[in-house]
Design a protein around this ligand. Structure first.
Ligand SMILES: Nc1nc2c(ncn2[C@@H]2O[C@H](COP(=O)(O)OP(=O)(O)OP(=O)(O)O)[C@@H](O)[C@H]2O)c(=O)[nH]1
Ligand SMILES: [Mg+2]
Length: 398
């Protein structure tokens, strides 16, 4: 996609980056479209600009309707519990039915399409923690084009979530459904398979120049090329982090697109309607579309396969539960700390209270990561799900 844009187009894009309000941003993009040459090399950029403009128009509209006292149902669902997991799928695939099987929510289930028009949250209990599941309005072909009013809102929900559940209807061309969902997500820069390489750009004057942190490998370009590219977009102060195998195209794309990776599972629903089909055959059909995503065959109607789901959702979230214990107490706190997998004792301390770090003496660990019960460890010790931690400080025990 590296485009060698004419200066006047780059100036407009720089104006867009610097703009504060959605109205200013929209104007800058309109101007950009009026000067950008239209050819194969600029195709992706033009597509991005149009989609972004649609999102901005929606944002402006939404704000206006709120001012008029609109209120009504909202697309913003406040996170609750250990993680927010968004349920995506085409209409009638059984999203509401799955939500009502797994959570306390009572969504309206019906055989008329596009029933769920706003997100519906529900809480799911897994052992001693809870997850929030949110059913999103249906995915349709073209969701990411900006033409469908709920398109960017649904994609926004997915972008803000911790993980995704992709639901397909086994009685209605499931591989095509799955392909549509994944395509629409990818078009919006949301990936369910970790991309080979990706770039994160943080723009801030604080960086005093363009700093490149190379955590991967640069393909067909140098750090200098990256600096020149950013300068051509008038980005003079930024931190550029490179992960995996990265090309100059990846860098350019990430100047505009907000690329993110979300863990996901596939639910192949309505198994009761195709019970004569072999499970292996179903997986074989879906596998090429979703690559290495876990696939679960279920029936929201009969409950088949539903019981296994909470445990498997927990697995893909890459989180661990750690229980704190007072030095003189026998039992740990019933409510765990929720940390990212591979977190250390230092991470746990930061999560509890940052200032504990400076008073830290040692910790004792019971559970999966301890070599023996009560092992004495330092800040760098890597914790595991189910660990109990007792923190000793120089001032007072916590
Ligand atoms: N046979 C069968 N029917 C199901 C199953 N799951 C859902 N249904 C039916 O499929 C229809 C649609 O279900 P919903 O759960 O409302 O689907 P949805 O994906 O939420 O649909 P929208 O929100 O309208 O886009 C309803 O008639 C359900 O009873 C299943 O596992 N087996
Ligand atoms: Mg529904």
């Amino acid at each position: 996609m590296v485009t060698n844009l004419p200066t006047e187009a780059k100036v407009r894009l720089a104006k867009y980056s610097e703009a504060k309000t959605p109205e200013e941003k929209l104007r800058a993009l309109q101007e950009f479209l009026s000067v950008v040459p239209k050819h194969k090399g600029t195709e992706n950029l033009v597509y991005w600009a149009k989609r972004r403009m649609a999102e901005l128009r929606e944002e402006i509209e939404e704000r206006k309707s709120k001012k008029v006292g609109g209120g009504g149902p909202s697309f913003f669902i406040e996170k609750e519990g250990a993680a927010q997991i968004v349920i995506l799928g085409m209409t009638l695939s059984g999203k509401s039915s799955i939500l009502s099987r797994l959570t306390n929510a009572k969504p309206y289930i019906s055989d008329t399409p596009y029933n769920t028009k706003f997100p519906v949250p529900g809480m799911l209990t897994y052992e001693d923690i809870q997850f929030q599941l949110v059913e999103a309005p249906a995915v349709v072909k073209g969701l990411s084009d900006g033409a469908i009013w709920w398109g960017s809102r649904v994609l926004g929900l997915a972008r803000n979530s911790d993980a995704l559940i992709l639901v397909v209807d086994l009685s209605n061309n499931p591989s095509e459904q799955l392909e549509t969902i994944i395509n629409e997500l990818n078009n919006a820069g949301i990936y369910t398979t970790q991309p080979k390489g990706y770039v994160v750009i943080e723009k801030s004057k604080a960086y005093q120049g363009v700093k490149v942190v190379n955590l991967g490998k640069l393909i067909n370009c140098t750090v200098d090329d990256i600096k020149k590219l950013l300068e051509s977009y008038r980005i003079y102060n930024a931190l550029v982090k490179l992960y995996g195998e990265v090309t100059l195209d990846d860098v350019e794309r990430s100047i505009f697109e907000n690329i993110t990776y979300k863990p996901a599972i596939v639910l192949a629903n309505k198994y009761d309607l195709v019970y004569n089909k072999d499970v292996d055959e179903i997986v074989k059909e879906l596998r090429p579309v979703c690559r290495d995503l876990p696939i679960f065959i279920v029936s929201a109607k009969t409950g088949f396969g539903i019981r296994e789901l909470p445990k498997n959702m927990f697995k893909i979230l890459n989180i661990i539960r750690v229980y704190t214990k007072e030095p003189n107490s026998k039992s740990p706190s019933p409510k765990p700390l929720i940390l990212k997998s591979n977190s250390t004792v230092a991470d746990a301390l930061k999560h509890l209270r940052e200032e504990l770090l400076q008073y830290f003496k040692y910790a004792r660990i019971w559970g999966p990561s301890a070599k023996y019960p009560g092992e004495r460890v330092g800040l760098e010790h890597v914790l595991m799900d189910g660990d109990i931690i007792e923190i000793h400080t120089r001032i007072k025990a916590v």
